[in-house]
Write a protein that binds this ligand. Structure first.
Ligand code: F6P
Ligand code: MN
Length: 321
């Protein structure tokens, strides 16, 4: 059986990067277990050992953040951590080489209704900048690894170190991720889109026009009938797209005109862009390739268009014209 360690070694990852990834994965197994316990974890307490009193009373996204943070802070190779759940970058070890960013529980509004959520992560090298917050402000093209764990009917790890994308399914009987797809490839064309249609009246004109053309079906300029899906967890939408293609959009909208979008560059946009590109798809903002965006702020938000190459190119063309 191929282990994650074997696969990462074959991809040329050194022991320190493998250590960091394995710490994220061990936290993810804990998160997976707690999610499966669901309400039992909150009402009855966890059946696992508890080291923090009252921990199970906390919201699961806070617990997930703490599990990841504690696991990563213990690594000698982690220089710093940035999380959607932390106001500021968290220092790790001075001698550490890696910066880790993560969204501990993406789509967390789905927890209460027993629908898929996930952990998204991204790893970069430190630049040596003595200001940790600024150290993180690197374009996504600097990522050395990225991935997510989708907690659905099964818990599935999807990961890239820049040499394609692989999928691994958590086998609860042995507590290990088992390789289930060694080379994930997104179909170039699609007939499926994902966007929160309830925001339609707030979108900018290019998005209005593009989605109108999708909805026009066979009679419209695109000449195809499209289906629509919306799970309301980016991690699940990206998983569907990596599996069968599609386009996912979370564009800027005028509900909060001063925010460039809802999703976060460092915890959502960049890691998903790395995965999607490595699987043959595309990911961009309304202006440029996601991985080329130069961040100015750790919690920066961005518009996101990602998925099957032909469809993302089409969406981008509405913005260029
Ligand atoms: O993390 C933000 C997020 O939960 C994404 O996972 C998801 O795609 C989006 O927000 C859902 O947004 P909305 O509430 O508009 O459906
Ligand atoms: Mn999220």
């Amino acid at each position: 059986m191929t282990t994650i360690k074997d696969a990462l070694t074959q991809q040329g990852c050194d022991a320190s990067l493998i250590d960091v990834i394995q710490r994220i994965l061990s936290a993810s197994k804990d998160i997976s277990f707690r999610l499966q316990q669901g309400a039992l974890a909150g009402v009855l307490g966890s059946t696992e050992d508890e080291n923090v009193q009252g921990e199970t009373q906390k919201k699961l996204d806070v617990i997930s953040n703490d599990l990841l943070k504690d696991a990563l802070k213990q690594s000698p190779y982690v220089h710093g951590i940035a999380s959607e759940e932390e106001d500021f970058a968290v220092p790790g070890n001075d001698g550490g080489q890696y910066l880790v960013t993560y969204d501990p529980l993406d789509g967390s509004s789905n927890i209460d209704i027993n629908v898929s959520v996930g952990t998204i992560f991204s790893i970069m090298n430190t630049t040596g900048n003595s200001d940790l917050g600024e150290d993180f402000l690197q374009a996504g093209s600097n990522q050395v690894a990225a991935g997510y764990v989708l907690y659905g009917p099964s818990s599935i790890l999807v990961i890239t170190t820049g040499q394609g994308v692989s999928m691994w399914t958590l086998d609860h009987t042995i507590g290990e991720y088992v390789l289930t797809n060694a080379k994930v490839q997104i179909p170039e064309q699609t007939k499926e889109f994902a966007i929160n249609m309830s925001n339609q009246r707030f979108w900018a004109e290019p998005v209005q026009n593009y989605v109108a053309d999708l909805l026009a079906g066979e009679e419209g300029p695109i000449g195809k009938r499209f289906n629509m899906r919306w799970v309301a967890a980016m991690v699940a939408e990206v998983h569907r797209i990596l599996t069968r293609g599609g386009i996912f959009m979370y564009p800027w909208d005028s509900r909060e005109p001063n925010k460039p979008g809802k999703l976060r560059l460092m915890y959502e946009g960049n890691p998903m862009a790395f995965l999607v590109e490595q699987a043959g798809g595309l990911c961009c903002t309304d202006k440029e390739r996601m991985l080329d965006v130069q961040p100015t702020e750790i919690h920066q938000r961005v518009p996101v268009f990602l998925g099957s190459k032909e469809e993302v190119e089409r969406a981008a063309s509405y913005h260029n014209s």
